[in-house]
Design a protein around this ligand. Sequence first.
Ligand SMILES: [Zn+2]
Length: 377
Amino acid sequence: METLLACVAEQALVDHHCHGVLYRDADEATLESMLNEGSGWPGGSVFDSQAGFAFRRLCPPVLGLAPHAELADYVLRRAELGATEVSKRFLVAAGLSAMCVDTGFTPEPLTSPAELGGLAGAAGHEIVRLERVAEDVVAAGIGADGFADAVRSALATRTTPAVGVKSIAAYRTGLDLNPERPSDPEVTAAAGRWLAAQGTGPPRIADETLQRFLIWCGVDLGLPVQFHVGYGDSDVDLHRCNPLLLTPLLRAIQPTGTPVMLLHNYPYHREAGYLAQVFPHVYVDAGLATHNLGGRAPALLAEALELAPYGKFLYSSDAFGLPELYYLGAVLFRTALSGFLAAGLQDDLLTERTVVRLTRMLCADNAKRAYGLGDQM
Ligand SMILES: [Zn+2]
């Protein structure tokens, strides 16, 4: 493995989009099911992939094993150390100063932002998922008539300690959203249709008018609004997740000055970079894809930074559940960034001073500024 530029190796990262980590031990089946967005198939392993080989090369040494250790030995070592120790080792080794944690997706119990920050030795901040707040309001028995007011008031309460909100419209309706802010009567009518069509399961919002309503509620709060963009699990219709579909909405949000954070973006990271260049309030990252592309992460970062202004690119792991993913995201990002900056030095496009400045911006300062995180290191 290449040696990192000293400034990159020493720079703590702000992870502006991640989730909580599992409380429980992860056996081989759990590792297989959580390594990436896919799942195993008969006779196959998700570890036969870029993410899998990056994991096998980079993770065992953190637990005191040789690189490329057999998965069975790895799982035994993991169990021997216990979930808390394993989480602590990977999270500390990731070298983070702050984490912005999406608390809206909890198919099983996960650590809170404060607990995650405690394990990592970093500040843990919360990102509130808009759809989850609306679904909680409905689960509490609010009908269509009171829906708009109840959501606004629940959001005001839920975001008091938070640093941002997140929309998963990409997962529910796609990103081809009408830019207009819906009126309260439109919201009431849409909520009525949605509630009437509800089955017996937990409420799941998937209505274009209501997604837009939630996004505008987020914009009104003035907190950065994160959007899931691009690559995700099989719930996503990827062709409806191209960030260019958001262009009219981005134009409509621009006068408010509320920052819009385009998350993940792969394979539309070049499109996202374009949007960050032409809209002053748009920021981008390459989370999730960084560890999924493994050895190809340097190519991803270089492409993402073709058009994206360096002052509006943020680091994110989009790690979920497995502590290894926070570590892999961080190591692969640092490797990619170091190679990118070293090539700039080599070509005499960048000076040593510029390299130090860009490292701070891309790893931490852009996120601190956008989310108002203050100067914790
Ligand atoms: Zn995520």
